[in-house]
Design a protein around this ligand. Sequence first.
Ligand code: GCW
Length: 730
Amino acid sequence: MADGAEEGMIMQAATGLRLLLGLAFLLLARPAFAEDGYDLWLRYQPVEAPAQARYRASAATILAQGTSPTVAAAAGELQRGLAGLLGRQVPFGRQVADGAILLGTPASSPLIRGLNLPLQGLGREGFLIRSVALGGCRVTLIAGNEDVGVLYGVFRLLRLIQTQQPIVGLDLRDAPHVQLRMLDHWDNLDRHVVRGYAGLSLWDWQTLPRFRDPRYTDYARADASIGINGIVLNNVNSNADVLTPHFLERVKALADIFRPWGIRVYLSARFNAPMALGALPTADPLDPRVQTWWRAKADEIYRYVPDFGGFLVKANSEGTPGPQDFHRTHADGANMMAEALAQHGGVVIWRAFVYSAANNEDRFRQAYSEFHPLEGQFRDNVIVQVKNGPIDFQPREPFSPLFGAMPRTNIGMEFQVTKEYLGFNTHLAYLGTMWEEALRADTYARGQGSTVARVVDGSLFHGPRSLLAGVANTGNDRNWSGSQFDQANWYALGRFAWDPNVSARAVAEDWARMTWGNDPAIVQPIVGMMMGSRQAVVDYMTPLGLHHLMATGHHYGPGPWIDNLERRDWNPAYFHGGNREGIGFDRTASGSNAIEQYAPEVARRFGNLATVGDDYLLFFHHVPWTYRLDTGRTVWDELVVRYSRGVDEVRAMRRTWAGLAGRIDPQRYAEVAGFLAIQEDEAQWWRDACIAYFQSLSRLPLPAGYAPPAHDLAWYQAIDNRYAPGRDQP
Ligand code: GCW
């Protein structure tokens, strides 16, 4: 072989090797799998080079003092997070060194004990993060009174790096404002998730307790990262079987997995379980046999789960059994169960979402009518859990009058994270703005500034227990929540539970940075989309204070014409009150007078057409179609304008997202783009169906420049979505 040819071959081989090395590098540098959303906001992607060097100097070793599973979880998460963010494994150290991150409590760490830190006032779950000098070394310490505080502190430090905040010169203290920060899973025992749009239940009762899917731990990590400390495992329309040994063994397995992450498990208990499980002829809460049964059941549960949180109960609502079946009150029922749990430190969370077949008054009024007379009668370990609005998780509702009306009762907040009434998983609707609106509303219970947030965090009435819960939106879809953007609602629920006064925008921004990246060219458009998204849904579904116009049963899509259901208050037509003359639900003194359930200041504002505002106009007033708003338009015209604006807002979101092409990893980009296309179609469907229907009542022409619906009313009425997901009874 001639020299030249040999040289050529060597060169080729070298090029080949370089190519191979290059390819290997590329493969190593990229995540092994395409991003699909599984990692949620805990992606721990590498921060950019210059910042990375700075962070590395303050995160050279991890010095975790303590042996508990919670400290181990905290240290493990810190190491995992830093490895991703800083692109290298940060070793565990044994002694103080420059750049060490020191974790511990005064009890677990001699170093922290020696520092006499101001940990008072931080409670069990609070933490302190400080940059200090220890023996001549620069150290970042994360300290709490208890291990779980350290865990929360670790997630906070990670968040600082994830959102590219400095981690030098730190002096940060924080503690949750609400005691019980919960997710309520409406999961049936066959894994069907009621109002679930993200696949099957995460809990695989069939393979538990032997097989402990690693996903359970990832779920707990995600919850702990946002401060969730309680999980109700099963649907409020509960099956008594969950209280049998077969399930309790499995509940124990989950509780054992969640415990290191600061999470307690709770169960939805069926009120008539003593009968349903075949033991007794009655479930009367004042019957001693029933009391004994529940006490024995509680003792049994605590043998499986020593830190069991307690029961969530939906009683005498939508057909569930309850104390009223035995001519007893909600307080009788709740107190009896609370008594059984009290010696173990458990609580009863008793839902105020009740409306009974016997009560024909405005649905708005019913929860208050049943619960307000019971003020002062509930035990200390009972929390009455109230939905944010008086109707039912609608895109917009005023706050429930029960907030502010029962100062001697623990009142907790129930939000719905899963978007039963806001477009399921395919509509992008960030709920942070809705929750902010609800929490900032002023009840005037103790004069101005008596916000719902202050009722919920206990700072207004100083009750012994506080709670903020969300109906979970998780399932076994790879992306957990059914869509990328619905993860933001899970995230926000935790942040609002931690601090009900947090800003929806700040939460959106943190989430966007952690979930999509820190580049302002990504963060700004995404936060912009999120902040306007819920108003868009209100506009194209139920503008101007309309509510409950969703189709029957599954609640998927519009059904404003429905008026033939068995109960008056299941019918959209009942809620919008539209007829030839006008539209709206009169809840003033000339109507149901529901406004009287509010403090006088609030009642006056909502009761007066001049002060009610557009957002709640038709929620509280019935007005003629020609009634003129501040915008100068009639109600009819304004309705058309709002419906149309909602569709335009979705189009704008699509354009914004399209502008992010190439900046977002392809799989997640494509999913969001596809879902936004669905949302636009469905927004148009909502607009057209509602306009077609309301026009059949108003018989007025559309304002100039607004396109008529694509089809006639009958076409929309014929749409049948009986197979829509998440139904109550599949
Ligand atoms: O909004 C309604 C839902 C029901 C749910 C109920 C409740 C679990 O449509 O599916 O029941 O609220 O909150 O109890």
